[in-house]
Design a protein around this ligand. Structure first.
Ligand SMILES: [Zn+2]
Ligand SMILES: [Zn+2]
Length: 418
């Protein structure tokens, strides 16, 4: 029975094809089987490498009119191996580099890009939640050890009271690091172990907080948890970059982020996922996911208002089973260009093009070269051990001396053991 039907179908197909040839001269029957030739006009070689579509740190020059943005943290306060908390590294073609937020776990991501630390001396904090500044201590100390030979400059907002401002937080962070910093005195180049704190008024309305070398950064208030959080706009070379920090959708962002070339705005994990995956109560999930933060539908509505060339969503765990629902909800209110960000995503931005790729990083990175000659340690400022602790030293001089001999000979020195 079935065999008869198949033969009948084939016969009808042959008749149709023959009739078509007779009536129209020719018939093109396409089979949808991709081949190397069909996929590209280029010759594919078995020995020549093809173009790559990822960013390998320290392998590409930055054009004089170009911005490169690197996501060094896109996740949640509970940082995890796949996603550090908020951190964005912006490189400009004039050589300037800016770090927006330095959330928990992000310092490790920054190290993957092998940028000399003297170039990473400017940090802008959107607010003082640890998922936005929790790795500042790590960048401050490890950056100095890894070649930053100048103070770390930090900009951050004031608060409703002095205790809730950036200056208070950083003065106390510096105090909390007393043992760490005292213990490093006289051992290495000391110039990097200083913080320059620039606190600005969180109520400033699109106020300029930085203007150097053709770069202007402005701040305006955000609405999140308490008074104090802000959003930033950076303008350079006719390009406009916006970083919203954390905020409920607000009228200031809607105004000052308009027509950005690239606009980052938070987009929180969906309320159903907060309940099932994050174990929030429904009440907390609704409050945190839609009132303290920005729900995906609200993110989309905001992007439809400001119409950036590229909208970047962050502040959610981007997994195989969470991404679709976030995207679906954003797409109910926004149909423009969109990046659902993840750590190591890279954007190259010019007036003509925005290229989005992932970086492939080398996990075995060492500190990049210092850009200035390192200073020798000043032994006179070392803080000595107490006699009690010093008295506990086991005598290792005989086994360590050959290393002193080796290095003194190699570098023409006359260094002596303590
Ligand atoms: Zn926050
Ligand atoms: Zn946050």
């Amino acid at each position: 029975m079935i065999k008869g039907k198949v033969i009948g179908f084939v016969l009808i197909l042959i008749v149709v094809v023959v009739c078509s040839v007779v009536m129209f001269g020719e018939v093109e029957i396409r089979f949808n089987i991709p081949t190397a030739e069909a996929a590209s006009d280029k010759v594919i070689s078995p020995v020549k490498a093809r173009a790559r579509d990822f960013y390998a740190p320290n392998t590409e020059d930055l054009g004089p009119d170009e911005m490169r943005l690197i996501a060094c943290g896109t996740g949640m306060p509970t940082a995890r191996p796949k996603q550090a908390a908020s951190c964005w590294l912006l490189e400009l073609g004039n050589g300037d580099k800016f770090i927006f937020d330095i959330g928990t776990g992000s310092n490790e991501r920054i190290s993957a890009f092998q940028i000399p630390y003297n170039y990473l001396d400017k940090v802008f904090l959107s607010h003082l939640h640890t998922d936005h500044f929790g790795d500042l201590d790590a960048l401050f100390v490890s950056g100095a050890l890894a070649g930053r030979q100048k103070p770390l400059r930090v900009w951050g907002p004031s608060g409703e009271t002095p205790e809730r401002g950036t200056k208070y937080a950083l003065d106390h962070l510096r105090k909390a690091l007393t043992w760490d910093l005292d213990g490093r005195m006289g051992l290495t180049d000391p110039r990097g172990y200083h913080l320059e704190i620039n606190e600005f008024d969180y109520k400033g309305m699109n106020k300029i907080i930085y203007k150097e070398n053709g770069v202007t950064i402005r701040s305006y208030p955000a609405i999140h948890s308490l008074d104090g959080p802000v959003s930033f706009t950076l303008e350079w070379n006719d390009l406009k970059f916006v970083f919203g920090g954390d905020t409920y959708p607000n009228k200031w962002y809607a105004e000052y982020a308009k027509n950005a070339d690239l606009a980052i705005h938070e987009c929180f994990i969906t309320v159903p996922d907060m309940i099932t995956k994050f174990q929030f109560t429904p009440q907390s999930a609704l409050l945190v996911g839609t009132q303290i933060h920005t729900a995906p539908e609200a993110f989309g509505k905001m992007m439809s208002l400001i119409k950036p060339r590229m909208a970047v969503a962050y502040h959610f765990f981007k997994d195989f089973d969470t991404t679709a629902s976030i995207n679906d909800r954003i797409r109910t209110t926004y149909d423009g260009p969109l990046s659902l960000s993840i750590d190591y995503m890279v954007w190259n931005i010019t007036k003509d093009n925005i290229r989005v790729r992932m970086a492939i990083v080398d996990e075995d990175v060492w500190p990049p070269p210092a850009t200035m000659k390192p200073q020798k340690p000043d032994a006179s400022i070392r803080i000595p051990y107490s006699d009690m602790i010093k008295g506990g030293k086991y005598d290792m001089k005989d086994v360590i001396q050959p290393t002193y001999d080796e290095i003194n000979k190699k570098y023409g020195l006359n260094e002596k053991q303590d």
